[in-house]
Design a binder for this molecule. Structure first.
Ligand code: CP3
Length: 367
């Protein structure tokens, strides 16, 4: 698919900010914007199992569009409905969602590596995602751009070894320290699939890509540089080469290495991404100075502010907008939460968040 196969884009604020440009106001979207805080999403989930929604392009399209319809004119990007755990599934692992992710047969020892599929054909294993992307981009009718995504190798490795989420990460970190060579083999195998997966998402119509390294901040800085960073950098570099050689568009790449704020300056210079997503544990002004204009930034409202009532939301959004300004201008910033929206948020409070971003990020020098 090429750009001319789709309806023309009417709102390119998100793409312009991702390229570091000055914008009339900050574009805004939120991670997990199609999720359980929306009654219309819960209704779909009452009838269909989680991965069934991911695997049925019509349903994935429907839930992707839910926040776009509800917040029409207030939200500036859509993210395709899927999950990061479809990559381990493509590698041959069983993943359940009941209601948290569970792998009945995780990677226990290096001997289990042979259980992973050797040559993953992403078109065969994940073709439903590409179909969902094409269908959704058409249905969006150019209202906002569509973001595709993948989990990052370290975060996916963590799930594949732990067999689900983990606070201590004893098993996955145990692997890194006990079997570094074998861990890197698995990380490399995941990286290969991520690259193929992202190329095909662009071919299907994704207009930007986000890599979720949600567990990046759980690694010590030197372990992040050994077990996460090289794979993130390889994804960006190889993806760009592949897109060029296939005459596919060079879409903006967003890296959300949650909690790896120690690495911001290094990531900005060397990792090959256009945008770095940040959580709420770093002040925007510090993040700005660390990345020094090399990349755009995305984030970073503490998600629990959405439980604080209108006054707190307004105050905190205003503070965030002021902090993200560069020389008094709104430039190279995509407003978002510092992590995904949680199920208990009142959808009307999220609407108020969007309205506050529009109001307080308005650029005095470019209206
Ligand atoms: O952002 C979006 O709206 C697009 C869809 C999306 C989902 N998951 C849908 C989902 C995206 C981008 C993800 C990414 C994802 N999935 C991450 C990275 C982002 C992050 O939050 O750190 C991770 C770690 C996962 C793995 C995962 N999926 C977990 C840990 C859970 C259960 C806990 C939880 O937060 O709900 C899921 C389930 C999941 N993925 C839900 C949704 C809407 C809720 C499950 C349901 O509908 O019952």
């Amino acid at each position: 698919m090429a750009d001319h196969d789709f309806p023309p884009l009417k709102n390119d604020l998100f793409l312009r900010a991702a390229r570091g440009e000055e914008t009339e106001r900050a574009p805004v979207w939120v991670m997990r914007q199609a999720g359980r805080y929306l009654p219309e999403f819960r209704k779909v989930r009452e009838q269909h199992e989680f991965f069934k929604v991911c695997q049925t392009p019509e349903l994935a399209k429907e839930v992707t569009l839910q926040p776009i319809r509800r917040y029409s004119g207030l939200v500036d990007a859509a993210i395709i409905f899927s999950d990061i755990l479809v990559v381990p599934q493509a590698l041959g692992m069983e993943v359940l969602m009941n209601p948290a992710p569970a792998f009945p047969d995780p990677l226990t020892t290096p001997d289990d590596i042979k259980k992973l599929k050797a040559n993953v054909d992403v078109k065969k294993e994940l073709g439903y995602v590409f179909d969902a992307i094409t269908l959704t981009r058409k249905a969006l009718n150019g209202e906002v751009p569509l973001i595709g995504f993948t989990g990052a190798p370290w975060t996916l490795f963590m799930y594949m070894v732990e067999g689900g989420g983990s606070k201590t990460m004893q098993k996955s970190k145990g692997w890194l320290f006990k079997w570094p060579k074998e861990s890197k083999e698995v990380l490399d195998r995941i990286t290969d699939v991520c690259i193929d997966y992202l190329v095909e998402q662009v071919r299907a119509g994704a207009q930007a890509l986000q890599i979720f390294d949600s567990n990046a901040g759980d690694l010590a800085p030197h372990h992040f540089h050994e077990f996460s960073y090289p794979y993130l950098a390889r994804i960006a570099t190889t993806l760009r080469t592949r897109l060029t050689s296939l005459s596919l568009p060079q879409v903006p790449l967003i890296l959300f290495a949650k909690g790896a704020n120690h690495a911001l300056a290094h990531l900005a210079i060397t990792a090959g991404y256009d945008v770095l997503g940040i959580d709420w544990l770093v002040e925007p002004s510090l993040a700005r100075s660390l990345v020094n204009g090399k990349v755009a930034l995305q984030g970073n409202l503490e998600p629990n502010v959405l439980y604080g009532g209108r006054e707190a939301i307004e105050r905190e959004v205003k503070r965030m907008c002021d902090e993200f300004r560069v020389d008094g201008k709104t430039k190279g910033w995509i407003a978002n939460l510092g992590h995904g929206i949680t199920p208990g948020v009142d959808p009307e409070d999220l609407r108020f968040f969007f309205e506050c971003v529009q109001k307080y990020s308005a650029n005095p020098t470019k209206t």
